[in-house]
Design a protein around this ligand. Structure first.
Ligand SMILES: [Zn+2]
Length: 374
């Protein structure tokens, strides 16, 4: 009798332990869908990144990556793309025409990665220092035939169900031609909207920050550490999230420095980007189930780091300044040079090699697929 009792006790105990182990595994399965942070440095080619190594004061955070590749940024029609087609390729996985926002070559709206992951129970965030309706962020939530349709793009944001939005472009929400006030629409939907400052987000709600009428100041002297602060705010918010998340962050002004052939601004902007990159890498190292992918939509300015010469000529020739380099430009526009891609976290090795810009979308989706049930 005693023996039988002990036998049944053993069976019951065994069952309880297996069940709790199973539950633990279940919990792990839910937690294992990777968080994805996608950082885009608009206009940031290899020469731009190189400035961090020749003009920067500290060791560059780009050195902390081991998985590095290149993408070809051309759009479907032209070798030299723009930010709209560039970001759309990342967002929908298809090359398209310049000026397109989240639509295919025949202007048909396509599901973007943010919409796809929302259906897979992801939270989402979009952060930029320019207008939130600008081409790069817009490609991740809107579908428009032309990037200049700022007011239409703003309408998409109201219905996009994004959990955290930080950027400028307030005027496209509250000073519209149709007289609508989309800030009120967002509030009616339950969003916490701040149009004045980067206040602490409400972790239990969706938050939208519209911090400038159009773009935030393009100069560090006026913007200060706004980019790093916005990034930290987003990380603090998503760190609380019980669900996995997809967060797109755009550093916008490297592109502007390229268009302006402004070497000083370019160096400053890359430094600012590098600082923010450090914050992101520290975060990913603390949260290993987070994939960080860093790239650009295209290069801007045809920047190069060439030998430096004195301005004055001696016997009809300019004299070389030994061991000094100069950041120079050969274009005021975008260029077709291959663009570096850096990755860290689950699936980072998939980003090695040379591929097309739209392959990045497919790589992100396949990292998700491969890791969601692990
Ligand atoms: Zn540009």
């Amino acid at each position: 009798m005693k023996c039988i009792f002990i036998f049944w006790l053993a069976v019951v105990l065994f069952t309880i332990t297996s069940c709790s182990k199973l539950k633990e595994k279940d919990k792990f399965a839910k937690a294992s869908a990777p968080n994805i942070i996608f950082l885009i440095g608009d206009g940031m080619g290899l020469s731009q990144i190189s400035t961090a190594y020749y003009f920067g004061d500290e060791k560059s955070n780009f050195s902390r990556f081991r998985n590095i590749g290149f993408h070809r940024s051309s759009d479907l029609k032209y070798k030299v793309t723009d930010s709209a087609a560039g970001a759309t390729a990342f967002a929908i996985g298809q090359k398209t025409y310049r000026r397109a926002i989240g639509v295919s070559i025949d202007s048909i709206p396509q599901e973007n990665i943010l919409e796809f992951l929302q259906k897979e129970n992801y939270k989402t965030g979009v952060v930029t220092m320019t207008s939130i309706t600008g081409a790069t962020p817009a490609a991740f939530y809107a579908h428009a035939v032309h990037r200049d349709m700022n007011e239409d793009i703003a309408t998409y944001l109201v219905d996009a169900d994004i959990d955290l939005v930080i950027g400028g472009g307030r005027q496209y929400f509250n000073k519209r031609k149709d007289g609508k006030n989309l800030i009120l629409s967002l509030i009616e939907k339950g969003y916490l909207v701040d149009t004045l400052e980067l206040s602490k987000p409400d972790f239990n709600r969706q938050n939208v920050y519209l911090l400038a009428d159009d773009n935030m100041p393009s100069r560090i002297a006026e913007r200060g550490d706004m980019f790093a602060k916005a990034t930290r705010t987003a990380l603090d918010y998503f760190e609380q999230s019980p669900k996995p998340y997809f967060l797109m962050i755009e550093g916008a002004f490297i592109d502007w420095a390229g268009h302006g052939n402004d070497a000083e601004m370019l160096v400053e902007e890359v430094e600012d980007f590098d600082k923010t990159l450090g914050i992101l890498i520290d975060f990913v190292e603390k949260h290993p189930n987070t994939l960080l992918v860093v790239t650009a939509d295209h290069e801007t300015g045809g920047a190069s780091l060439a030998k430096k010469y004195h301005d004055t000529e001696v016997f009809g020739r300019k004299k070389l300044i030994p061991d000094e380099i100069e950041l120079s430009f050969n274009s005021k526009e975008h260029t077709a040079t291959l663009i570096p891609v850096f990755a860290k976290g689950p699936g980072a090795e998939d980003f090695q090699g040379i591929y097309e810009n739209n392959d990045i979308y497919h790589k992100l989706i396949s990292v998700y697929q491969a890791n969601k049930n692990k």
